[in-house]
Design a protein around this ligand. Sequence first.
Ligand SMILES: [Zn+2]
Length: 172
Amino acid sequence: MTNGECIFCKIVKRDIPSLIIYEDEDSVAFLDINARSKGMTIVVPKQHFTTFEENRELASKIFDKALIVAEKLKKGLNPITVFFSVIPAQIPHFHIRVYPVYRDQIPLMENKPIETSEEELNDVARRVRTIPVEWKGRKEEVEEKVTEEKKEKPRVKDEEDVFWAKRGMDIA
Ligand SMILES: [Zn+2]
């Protein structure tokens, strides 16, 4: 498949209509029409690449965008929580799925898409699109730093110290 045939590239370029709920210079997020739960959204980079190794910088930004989208979905649709997934299958254009989770809609892959209508999808898109999110993504570089766990003996209460000292004497 060349980039010209990629369905997500076509959505980005508006060659295929979609219900976009978020867009900025790097990304587009649109409602999945085969949603497993109400408001299930796909977040894609505008630039075509398949695996995160091909463009780590942009992939990292897309994770930030997924958090922004998740907040919009939570505020707009009031789910219990949201799930995220990155499954590099079917469409070779990097994407993160954001799934709102409701009591009666657990978005498992083996579940059938929920029944919905164009009207409902439009309504969801309208509602979520206008929700403001203050957080705009990570700005600073993150330095990896693994802190070694301290192996100090945990402090025990005086009472316990006395108890064990006494037990020691008893045993001796
Ligand atoms: Zn593409």
